[in-house]
Design a protein around this ligand. Structure first.
Ligand SMILES: [Zn+2]
Ligand SMILES: [Zn+2]
Length: 101
């Protein structure tokens, strides 16, 4: 039994699951060495599907609390929190994010 990859998602609160490191301030916006959050891959994909790195800075979504309070993310978190840990939802990128890629 190993616990080293099992953790709790800082956004949706599900656990135990594997978390990934999200830079709250995007690295190319000066976030290297800045605070990070351990979040599950579903939340992580959702963040980057909803917002561009520029959105994250412009809309000040640079703390876990701010992300949780954003209406689009809040709707997702409410849904994902009820999903079994095995669910690995497919994320549809918003049209706006797609245009920025
Ligand atoms: Zn999560
Ligand atoms: Zn990230």
């Amino acid at each position: 039994m190993s616990h080293d990859t099992q953790d709790q998602c800082a956004l949706c609160g599900r656990h135990p699951l594997k978390t990934t490191v999200h830079h709250l301030i995007p690295k190319e916006k000066g976030g290297a060495g800045m605070p990070t959050a351990d979040i599950c891959s579903a939340c992580h994909r959702q963040i980057h599907a909803l917002y561009t790195n520029r959105d994250l800075v412009d809309r000040e979504l640079t703390t876990v609390a701010a992300l949780q309070a954003d209406p689009e993310m809040a709707r997702f978190l409410k849904w994902i929190a009820k999903q079994p840990l095995s669910v690995n939802p497919r994320v549809r990128k918003s049209e706006r994010v797609k245009r920025h890629r």
